[in-house]
Design a binder for this molecule. Sequence first.
Ligand SMILES: [Zn+2]
Ligand SMILES: [Zn+2]
Length: 259
Amino acid sequence: MVEHVLPESGARQLYRDVAQAEDAAFGKFVNDINDELSFLSMEIRIQTYQGDGKKYYGLVNKVADDQAKLGTKFQHGQIAHFKAMLESIVTESKGAGAISTMDAINLRPDLQGNTQASESSQAAAARTLSASEKEKNIAELITEGWLERLSDGHLALGPRTFMELRTVIQSLDVPACKACTEPAVKAQACEAPGCSTWLHDHCAKSWFNRPGEPRTCPECGAEWAAAPQEETAAEERAENLAANGHRNKKARRERRSKT
Ligand SMILES: [Zn+2]
Ligand SMILES: [Zn+2]
């Protein structure tokens, strides 16, 4: 499987392997690459993933639209099914940032409200997908890094989706995080009536961890009801990914030494 998005530890490891250089020059290295890539309208984007609060690095095409990014691997109906899942996760999961597999399979892409003819034909194609075709679609989207399956079986958006389909997420009616202003998909809300303040799980963690910071809403001052975040399965995941990168590298080295 090709990694489209790397956790920071993996990106730094790759840099050390390729450049044979010290970590201190890593930031400059990324900047230099981005200067070179700009004429291709590509960039290395660095983003904190809402799923685990860790930094990820990804190569992003700045001009290709979402259709082009998904279109080479997926059929019309699959894309519309994915968009329906994305929209449901972003707008209806109330900060959980995930939906159940059953809900994902039962989603029926909306034929109304699609302004472009191509989108409504996509939606029509998605409506003809059987449950098993939708399950297969979900599995492929996970393999390609667009979706993630959480340890409780729910489906969340993968780091790649936040990275490459940022404009799609921003176009949906989703509140912004008070701390970082990115769309609050996996996030906590202030429970005070009339207050609509949101903080990402990872932003809440660093916000309330500041010395002397009371555990109250930064906007209205009401007590912040959401419990402090425990170490999550998603955080372990990033470490697993990094460890996998290590294993692959070791395997490559072993292959090389045999030839
Ligand atoms: Zn945030
Ligand atoms: Zn509030």
